[in-house]
Design a protein. Structure first.
Lengths: 417, 357
């Protein structure tokens, strides 16, 4: 009996030892890259589209950069910071990736940025996570974000709602976590500065089903409601708002007026026509690079979305930046990747959504798209591009000191009742 | 390993404790101690230490379910309460409140979590079987939503980040090797405590209550009190495991006590086996290995299916989890070797039939 036990133990320990010595071998002519996205949990569909962006960029580069072969290792999180750090740790410490692209969602980005500080030998390139403080406050020197944050995604919207739409008083309804805080912040920067007032802010948990108490407390003397809810939450809210007789026009966050809302049936269709929103992509932007990107995406992934989401675009841009900089340094990651990081920092990247550069905190300066819901010739609703706001930086055009004085985003900051 | 000699059946204990140590015990211990010397930091912390403290939290469930016949789904919640309390009373970078040093925050956190577990016990001992599962699940889900929506204390969806690890004796205890040994010490102590308790008068009474609560009541034992105390003991173990959990990541948020992690603890305990305190640790090792490496075995879109299928296969083949498989295999080998003995004692089987009455 005890012989059996001992034999088994021996086998187990041999297996374990083999397990953790394999990782040492790494060929000189390949570069290991990790991609981290939410391939489980509530954001699975979005994470999968993010991975399509990574694959498309690699495909177009023939899996080569700087004369070296790119070996891709995939990691998965469930949108919680714990799982993102666990997955990043596995990619970095076990799979020994030299560059990591990801993560997808806001709180994950904050956690991975803190983890990046403990792994100075690896370069981290953000996926699409859009919390402001990932790069603005206490940044990590080896964490780069070629996408923009949730406030930048709202650039131009506040001014447009005030000046062109003529909304003077609004209330906001948004989900209760860091990304919508940042979106509301971005909207209010332009809106409050133009002279508008945000009378009240309602925060709801993710996945909220019952909006009746909020619908009931929306005051009558406002001009519009600003809604930063995602997917099913937006549809649920709009249904209940309409049933309760709500008729104030809507202003949308970056993920509010997506295909779920545009494709919904019924009276809602008429209600949402004319709804302005803003974000880092616009499905119908009439631009050669963007149309080519959409066509390539559709050709490569027939089972993907009808048009790439901002997650596919964000991961695509990040992977493209990663590859372009590798080409520039000819795949040389020696010297603690110093030359490579300099190349990233100084990159002038042409993307399907316009040129992208980095600021001193390694955060993206990029185009933002102001859109409005319109009815197409075939009767379908779509987001028509109203204006392209060029070179939006993280301080939204304000001097840095003034911007930092506003303080970190939160439920109560900023405020202009 | 050590399950050879133990089991729920009463034995003449103390004078013979030396005799219960077998060569394989020493081997396992030596392996566990030598492990971080050969393993990389990733294998030391994310596989090794994480298996140990998840095993500790699952051990608290094994104690309640295996010896007390009470399946509580709120053990991860208790662990989370300890983690939250150490963030609330101690220092953190996102939502500073009390800012006490760790030596003050840790005992408070453990006491509050244990008190919380006792409260869960008081509420749930009046139920049995599926109703205990339901009520403890309800408490877990309620705690999750409360933490997610309370901003004054729990800081809502973001929770707390930047929790410092323990520092002392000239060491940063969050560095891979010290953290591993700290987890190993906690795991070993909890394991020995549960083994000891199982053979103590209290443990034997608890098992008798599990097997026939009505008879124990008639004999004059306070059934509910014993069950509440079992919840408190399990709460203490889970709380300590919870501290290690949040120290590893340096953060705690509602995601830590979401329904997923709550079920994970049940999965770990069940695939390991609920019959012996070593079960949860074996389950935790398999669980952590699968969580980390299943994605390399199969396409990234499908790896959770693979994990589910493996766990399903284990439970289908052996209702006692990996422990049961082990026994099955060793019995077969013994039979093949024409050894006359009929396998080991695993305690009596009747609790399964009585459970849920």
């Amino acid at each position: 009996m005890s012989n059996v036990t001992r034999r088994n133990l021996l086998a187990a320990s041999v297996a374990l030892t083999v397990g953790f010595s394999v990782s040492a071998a790494m060929a000189e002519d390949t570069i290991k890259v990790g991609a981290l996205a939410t391939l489980q949990g509530a954001f699975t569909v979005l994470g999968e589209d993010g991975m399509r962006g990574v694959k498309l960029a690699l495909q177009q580069h023939n899996n080569m950069a700087g004369g070296k072969k790119i070996e891709l290792v995939t990691g998965s999180s469930d949108a919680s910071p714990d799982s993102a750090v666990n997955a990043a740790r596995k990619l970095v410490e076990q799979d020994k990736v030299q560059i990591l692209v990801g993560p997808l969602s806001g709180d994950e980005g904050l956690a991975v940025k803190n983890y990046a500080k403990t792994q100075p030998q690896v370069t981290f390139i953000n996926g699409t996570s859009a919390a402001q403080d990932t790069t603005l406050r206490d940044p990590a020197p080896n964490f780069f974000r070629f996408t923009t944050d949730g406030a930048q995604w709202q650039a131009g919207l506040g001014e447009y709602a005030f000046a062109t739409k003529g909304y003077k008083k609004v209330v906001t309804i948004a989900e209760d976590y860091s990304f919508p805080y940042t979106q509301v912040f971005g909207f209010m920067q332009g809106f409050c500065k133009s002279g508008g007032h945000v009378v009240n802010k309602f925060w709801v948990p993710i996945g909220n089903k019952d909006f009746s108490s909020i619908v009931a407390s929306i005051p009558d003397d406002i001009d519009a409601i600003y809604v930063a809810l995602g997917g099913a939450d937006a549809v649920n809210f709009l249904n209940q708002y309409e049933q309760a007789g709500g008729d104030k026009p809507m202003v949308g966050g970056s993920i509010t007026v997506d295909q779920t809302v545009l494709g919904s049936k019924g009276k809602q269709q008429d209600y949402i026509i004319g709804t302005p929103s803003a974000g880092p992509i616009a499905d119908n932007w009439d631009n050669a690079a963007w149309t080519k990107f959409v066509a390539d995406y559709k050709a490569a992934f027939p089972d993907g979305f009808p048009s790439p989401s901002l997650f596919a675009q964000g991961y695509y841009v990040s992977t493209l930046a990663m590859l372009t900089a590798l080409d520039q340094v000819k795949g040389d990651l020696s010297g603690d990747q110093k030359a490579y990081r300099d190349a990233l920092q100084n990159l002038k990247l042409d993307t399907p959504t316009g040129p992208v550069t980095l600021d001193k905190n390694r955060n993206g300066i990029a185009y933002n798209f102001l859109t409005e819901v319109a009815k197409g010739d075939d009767g379908h609703l779509y987001n028509k591009v109203v204006k392209v706001v060029e070179n939006v930086n993280q301080t939204l055009g304000m001097p840095e000191a003034e911007f930092m004085a506003i303080g970190p985003v939160g439920r109560d900051n900023p405020s202009c009742p | 390993m050590s399950w050879t000699a133990t089991g729920a059946a009463p034995k003449p204990a103390t004078p013979a404790w030396m005799k219960t140590i077998r060569p394989q015990h020493v081997l396992v211990l030596l392996f566990l101690i030598a492990y971080p010397l050969v393993a990389s930091p990733f294998w030391t912390v994310q596989i090794g230490a994480q298996s140990l403290f998840l095993g500790v939290i699952a051990l608290s469930l094994m104690f309640l379910a295996g010896y007390g016949g009470m399946v509580s789904l709120s053990q991860m919640t208790v662990a989370g309460v300890a983690g939250y309390m150490v963030a609330v009373f101690g220092t953190n970078s996102t939502h500073p409140l009390f800012g006490w040093p760790l030596w003050a925050a840790v005992p408070i956190a453990i006491v509050i979590a244990t008190a919380f577990a006792t409260l869960i016990g008081i509420i749930s001992v009046r139920t049995a079987g599926i109703y205990t599962i339901m009520i403890t699940l309800a408490i877990g889900v309620a705690a999750f939503y409360f933490a997610q929506q309370n901003y004054e204390i729990f800081n809502g969806h973001s929770g707390f980040a930047g929790l410092p690890g323990p520092v002392g004796f000239g060491m940063d205890w969050r560095a891979p090797m010290p953290f591993y040994y700290m987890s190993l010490a906690v795991a070993a102590l909890s394991y020995l405590a549960v083994v000891y308790l199982a053979r103590s008068t209290f443990g034997l009474t608890l098992q008798a209550i599990r097997d026939n609560a009505r008879r124990m009541n008639a004999l004059g034992f306070n059934v509910n009190l014993h069950r509440v105390v079992a919840h408190a003991v399990a709460g203490l173990i889970a709380a300590i495991g919870g501290l290690l959990y949040v120290w590893m990541n340096g953060r705690v948020s509602p995601g830590t006590i979401d329904i997923g992690p709550v079920i994970d603890i049940l999965v770990i305990a069940v695939i390991g086996g609920l019959r012996h305190p070593i079960g949860p640790f074996i389950g935790a090792v398999l669980f952590v290995l699968m969580k980390n490496f299943a994605i390399d075995l199969i396409s990234p879109e499908r790896f959770n299916t693979l994990i589910g299928l493996i766990f399903l296969a284990i439970v289908l083949v052996s209702p006692d989890g990996l422990l049961g498989l082990w026994r099955l295999a060793s019995d077969r080998l013994k039979a093949a070797g024409l050894n006359g003995s009929t396998g080991r004692q695993w305690g009596n089987n009747s609790w399964r039939n009585n459970n849920g009455k």
